[in-house]
Design a binder for this molecule. Structure first.
Ligand code: ADP
Ligand code: GLC
Length: 481
């Protein structure tokens, strides 16, 4: 089985969120299952730098109206093979993969990710310049959504296609003029195609033209067929429900392992949880919090966007801090949320520590050093941090949505008795409900024996990719026949 995995980010080369970790770790798990999988990535500056010396030009790509580009075959420092779309005019820039340094989207994102999709389609078609031809093209999110649309209008044999939704809130919507800018036939511009309320939607293109659809948890697969969380795609998704599967993400259990993590000062296991206190002290020191082992410390690591419900934390903050509770938050994004957290820290020096920015090492320290972890997400397709947290013995307080439902066992009298409780879920995304759940967690925290059971229940869960990778393999096999 040969699979081309087209993605706009992949750990450790380029990461803004969970998609990167999934691309990195799922790839590894698929290889273990015997799948020959190649990642296709844009040649952003940092990607070109990290493959320097381990790359060779596989083909010159003339794909008008796109600028000239090259396909580079390379390998990561770890030896993982990669295919890179080398087009410096589009991909080598300051700023992030999707945004300019000031935070605005790149105005030519339609062309940038149109090219990524176009190359994915080429490699999945009999006219590919490579001797290696995939049986399945696996696309991820809107950035690769146009690939199945290109293929739908090609004659000749082609790979079967899978479109995975990591987040339905990002749809890649552009003006109709985009079609000409990316060389997609006007025939695709119809409701049964890429047209979405008068514009072009790259995500819809993928959802309409791909042979099979998946999303990153079973609960989210159901939720996106409703008006509340369907972001306008619920009709299409409901029609294609038989071809839509929810496969929950796994995590890289080697990178996220408190027994071996080189990024935390003190390593620990289920039977040495007392050592976690040293990580708590280190986190308190790092973020300017009072050195205090007895007050519970709640951690946050997140993109600051409306999705993540962090405004609820700000709204409930005064009551939360009076429990009492310390707060350690790492994140960046929405300026209003950044300001809100900074202001909270300024009002409560020693009790609230905030770092704005992206910091991989600190994210590990928060997982290890916090006593509990907050994820009040309004919606959460899968979520990874709740799995990292459970593995680090850091029970999660989360809104009962999407993948959070599928990966956290709420603490109730029954699950507490059974020893399966691994976190605290709340039903409504409100500040009151969040507060009540944190209060429940804090009450448990102070009963040492019951807290340890919750910690160990989370640490004992299997979040490895093995089972989910198996589900992807089964899907590929069913598709490729
Ligand atoms: P999403 O993809 O919606 O952002 P996930 O929970 O799937 O949510 O994945 C987020 C990933 O990004 C996690 O690995 C998390 O640790 C990481 N992350 C988010 N913000 C930061 C940050 N400011 N610094 C370091 N890592 C971060
Ligand atoms: C998205 C979702 C997140 C998911 C990640 C990887 O960014 O917001 O819930 O874990 O993709 O699938």
């Amino acid at each position: 089985m040969k699979v081309l995995f087209a993605t706009s980010e992949a750990t450790p080369l380029v990461k803004t969120g969970g998609l990167a970790d999934v691309a990195g770790a799922l790839r590894a798990a698929l290889v273990e299952s015997g799948v020959d999988v190649r990642l296709l990535l844009p040649g952003y500056g940092p990607v070109l730098e990290s493959i320097a010396g381990r790359s060779a030009i596989a083909a010159d790509l003339a794909l008008p109206p796109f600028p000239a580009a090259r396909l580079v075959e390379a390998s990561m420092p770890s030896g993982v093979p990669l295919l890179v779309v080398d087009c410096p005019a589009l991909f080598v820039r300051p700023g992030g993969p999707y945004q300019q340094p000031g935070g605005l989207d790149w105005p030519d994102n339609d062309i940038r990710f149109g090219l990524l999709s176009r190359v994915a389609a080429l490699l999945a078609h009999e006219s590919t310049p490579l001797p290696w031809r995939p049986d399945v093209l696996h696309c991820n999110d809107w950035q690769t959504g146009l690939a199945p649309a290109y293929l739908a209008f090609e004659l000749g044999s082609r790979a079967r296609t899978v479109m995975t939704i990591h987040n339905l809130a990002y749809q890649g919507i552009f003006l109709p003029g985009t079609l000409a800018r990316v060389g997609l036939t006007p025939a695709a511009f119809q409701p049964e195609g890429v047209e979405y309320y008068g514009n072009v939607s790259y995500l819809k293109a993928g959802l309409h033209y791909a042979d099979r659809l998946t999303t990153v948890s079973p609960t989210y697969a159901r939720e996106i067929q409703t008006e509340t969380l369907g972001f306008g795609m619920q009709g299409l998704l409901t029609r294609r429900a038989d071809e839509l599967t929810g496969i929950v993400n796994g995590i890289d259990v080697d990178v996220w392992n408190p027994a071996t993590d080189p990024l935390i000062p003190r390593r620990y296991q289920p039977d040495t949880l007392i050592r976690k206190n040293d990580d708590k002290r280190a986190l308190q020191q790092k973020l300017g919090l009072e050195a205090d082992i007895f007050t519970p410390l709640a951690g946050i690591v997140s993109r600051f966007t409306d999705q993540k419900g962090l405004d609820l934390v700000l709204e409930a903050a005064d009551r939360l801090l009076a429990l009492p509770l310390q707060l350690a938050a790492l994140g960046s994004g929405d300026p209003a949320l950044q300001d809100g957290f900074r202001a909270l820290a300024a009002r409560h020096p020693g009790q609230v520590g905030v770092q704005i920015g992206f910091d991989e090492a600190l994210s590990h320290l928060v997982e290890a050093g916090a006593d509990m972890f907050l994820m009040p997400s309004r919606f959460e397709p899968s979520g990874l941090n709740q799995m990292y947290s459970q593995r680090y013995g850091t029970p999660v307080v989360a809104h009962a949505t999407g993948g959070l439902v599928d990966t956290i066992t709420d603490h109730t009298p029954a699950t507490a008795k059974a020893g399966t409780a691994s976190g605290f879920l709340f039903r409504e995304p409100t500040a009151d409900a969040l507060f009540d759940a944190v209060e429940r967690a804090v009450t448990c925290f102070h009963v040492r024996r019951s807290w340890r059971r919750i910690q160990r229940a989370g640490m004992g869960r299997d979040f490895s990719w093995a089972s989910s990778a198996g589900q992807y393999v089964a899907l590929y096999e069913a598709l490729a026949g």
